[in-house]
Design a binder for this molecule. Structure first.
Ligand code: AMP
Ligand code: ZN
Length: 139
């Protein structure tokens, strides 16, 4: 896509700190890192979100995430790595080219806001009803 910042990164028109690439995916450091080592993995072929991305690219990203997460663990020795992926402006997707965030957390560093929420028990009837609605739409 012409005006897509991540397509430009893949094409080398915008600089990036690359950590890995293969025929389908490209991984690089986020320039607004939530924590040191915050890495993005993207498909080389433009797709906006989880609804658009071909299954082969989706699979390739997740296989690559294992390789990159292993490297993050070896290089940085974090106490954990969060994987996060946003779809749609309603959940604050800012760059409309599919990307998986890998965010390490180092010992002694503050809790990551993306991994911390209050566990409030839900309404089981509503959970059941919603689950059935989704299950009925699976194809
Ligand atoms: P989001 O779309 O909200 O999942 O996040 C987009 C992410 O892309 C943000 O974490 C940005 O910091 C990151 N980002 C935007 N432009 C660049 C860039 N040129 N190089 C690296 N990361 C970027
Ligand atoms: Zn793109």
């Amino acid at each position: 896509m012409n005006d897509c910042i991540f397509c430009k990164i893949i094409q080398g028109e915008i600089p990036s700190v690359k950590v890995y690439e293969n025929d389908r995916v490209f991984a690089f450091e986020d320039i607004n890192p939530i924590a040191p080592g915050h890495t993005l993995i993207i498909p080389k072929v433009h797709a906006e979100n989880i609804w658009e991305i071909p299954e082969e690219d989706l699979a390739a990203i997740h296989v690559a995430s294992k390789k990159v997460a292993r490297a993050i663990r070896e290089a940085l020795d974090p106490i954990g790595v969060a994987a996060l992926q946003l779809n749609g402006r309603g959940v604050n997707q800012m760059v409309m080219h599919y990307h998986l965030h890998l965010v390490p957390r180092m010992a002694g560093s503050p809790e990551l806001s993306i991994t911390k929420w209050d566990l409030v028990p839900g309404d089981m009837a509503l959970i059941q009803q919603t689950g059935e609605k989704i299950a009925g739409a699976i194809r």
